[in-house]
Design a protein around this ligand. Structure first.
Ligand code: NAD
Length: 524
């Protein structure tokens, strides 16, 4: 680390060493609009140095047996946990979110073991108390989840069994084995930086691969802090390397590097398409977790109070900057007015605000450009005849202190009278806005909910258990929540259909992605 005045200067981590760069990018604190950090604008040579380090480390790391790697991951988890507060502060600042002190948010981790895998589910009931990417959220969710990613995969890798069959008449025994593949490129977005980085790093290295990580140029701080943990823990040099910089620079150089056979990418569909084109001739393994345009469907037998409450969270948590956030709410006509009234009230009470105000519900959007993109969509919807019932104004709340007046804040926005074909109902906007539209029957709502290019997640609200299962079968999304949102068990596959992704990650799915299978036939 280098620290000049009060600006933090990050470095790449290559071959077990922190390395400064020739050029740097300014990183802004979105809650103030001021530069607070500089990060390397890495060149192709720096990317190549990282890939070569990872390539050299691969035979060394694969020679560690799986129990050793598992133990090492547990050690990393403990070390991150011991620095939870440091990581939470940094994550909160990097994403321009709220620094709410004295959290008492309730996070329920259901951790349990069975004979094969340790698994858990996280119930986001704490969001009712501390919504938005607050410091409380980083403390109680994002950083604990990073710890759990290491613990989970440390355990999971020990419990896989291989397939074996016999062909008695031919006196042959067949079995399959899996081996690590080599250097993995891990490309991370800005919205939940450490959480997503560790979701990829943990399985990749647990299974014996080595990696080069490219964090988002907007949020690289916790990736750099994690490298300090790797170094102190004694991870062999080159097993994990981090190169920072722009997508079109360092990111593109990394994914198209000939010595990188696999790419795990989380980010926008447009970037995934660009990467796919750039590497098409190189035939790489790819796992793509992409954008969404997630519907919530509210039937007239839903528990309305719970549904409105959770829909506020699913629409506006983290400023709507979660890939799993809801942005289209279909409400059955009989309860439309009642739902809308309660939902708008909830949205009006959902306040963006200064970092140190415990009454603020959400922080600033990630960047000035992103804020103007989101506002552009609202203007376009208005021009098409839609009505904005609340929110939108980007004027800072009058109570915002002077230091936050340059921040990229926006109010929770609810839009009605919008056509299904409108860009508001079709595009992955990634901001604190949602459209509420009526529907009449099940067939109609399934057709309309599926009528987008994306297919990441959906939420169904109904007390009719038959209908809930029927809807789960019909909705074209990788995840279907019924009467809840954001509850997640890492054992199960995660990913999107259609333009929301290719492949799945999760216990078994990450195992399959980060290893290559081989079939062995033995005649005896
Ligand atoms: P983005 O696609 O702009 O960037 C993601 C990462 O890709 C960044 O690190 C960026 O530097 C890098 N990148 C950009 N161009 C590249 C190129 N040509 N080659 C290689 N790397 C390149 O996405 P973002 O704005 O950081 O994140 C927001 C998007 O991510 C939203 O669309 C959201 O829906 C999606 N997202 C999806 C999930 C999921 O699990 N499905 C999770 C979080 C975010």
């Amino acid at each position: 680390m280098a620290q000049g005045s009060d600006i933090l200067v990050l470095e790449n981590y290559i071959d077990g060493k922190f390395v400064s760069s020739k050029k740097y990018i300014d990183s802004f604190n979105p809650a103030t609009g001021k530069v607070y950090c500089k990060l390397p604008d890495s060149t192709n040579d720096e990317v190549d140095a990282a890939v070569q380090a990872a390539k050299r480390a691969f035979p060394i790391w694969t020679a560690w047996h799986v129990e050793q790697r598992s133990q090492f991951l547990l050690k990393l988890a403990d070390m991150i946990e011991a620095r939870l507060e440091e990581f939470a502060q940094a994550e909160s600042k990097d994403q321009g979110s709220l620094e709410v002190l004295g959290s008492s948010g309730i996070l329920n981790f259901y951790s349990f073991s069975d004979m094969t895998l340790r698994c858990f589910a996280v119930k986001f009931s704490y969001l009712l108390t501390f919504p938005g990417k607050t410091l409380a959220q980083a403390r109680s969710c994002d950083i604990p989840r990073a710890v759990l990613n290491f613990r989970f995969f440390a355990s999971a890798v020990l419990h896989y069994t291989m397939q074996c069959t016999q062909m008695e008449h031919l006196h042959c025994l067949n079995y399959s084995i899996r081996s690590p593949i080599g250097v993995a490129a891990l490309i991370i977005p800005w919205n939940i930086p450490l959480y997503l980085l560790t979701w990829k790093v943990a399985p990749a290295i647990a299974l014996g691969n080595t990696v080069v990580v490219k964090p988002s140029e907007l949020t690289s701080t916790t990736a750099w802090m994690l490298c300090k943990v790797f170094q102190e823990a004694g991870l062999p040099p080159g097993v994990v390397n981090v190169v920072m910089g722009r997508g079109v620079g360092a990111g593109a150089a990394l994914v198209s590097h000939p010595d990188v056979p696999l790419i795990s990418f989380t980010g926008s569909t447009a970037t995934a398409q660009e990467i796919s084109c750039n590497v098409a001739l190189l035939l790489k393994h790819m796992s793509l977790e992409l954008g969404g345009k997630n519907p919530a469907i509210v039937f007239d037998d839903a528990n309305l109070e719970e549904c409105v409450h959770t829909s506020i969270l699913s629409s506006f948590t983290n400023q709507g900057e979660l890939c799993l956030c809801t942005s289209r709410i279909f409400v059955q006509r009989g309860i439309f007015d009642k739902f809308l009234k309660a939902f708008v009230k909830g949205a009006q009470e959902w306040k963006p605000g200064p970092p140190d105000d415990p009454n603020s519900n959400m922080g600033a959007l990630i960047s000035k450009e992103h804020l103007s993109k989101v506002c552009g969509y609202v203007e376009r919807a208005r021009a098409e005849g839609a009505r904005v019932l609340c929110g939108y104004s980007v004027d800072p709340p009058p109570s915002l202190p002077e230091q936050n007046r340059g921040g990229y804040f926006m109010n929770a926005t609810v839009i009605i009278d919008v056509k299904d074909s409108s860009v508001m109902m079709q595009d992955d906007i990634f901001g604190p806005l949602t459209c509420v539209v009526p529907f009449d029957n099940e067939d109609e709502v399934v057709r309309r909910a599926n009528d987008v290019r994306y297919g990441l997640a959906s939420v169904v609200w109904s007390r009719d258990v038959n209908r809930v299962h029927r809807m789960a079968g019909l909705l074209q999304t990788g995840v279907v929540w019924t009467n809840c949102w954001l509850v997640r068990d890492l054992n199960l596959p995660f990913g999107g259909m259609k333009a929301s992704g290719l492949g799945r990650e999760g216990a078994k799915d990450s195992f399959e992605f980060f290893t290559e299978v081989k079939t062995v036939i033995v005649k005896h």
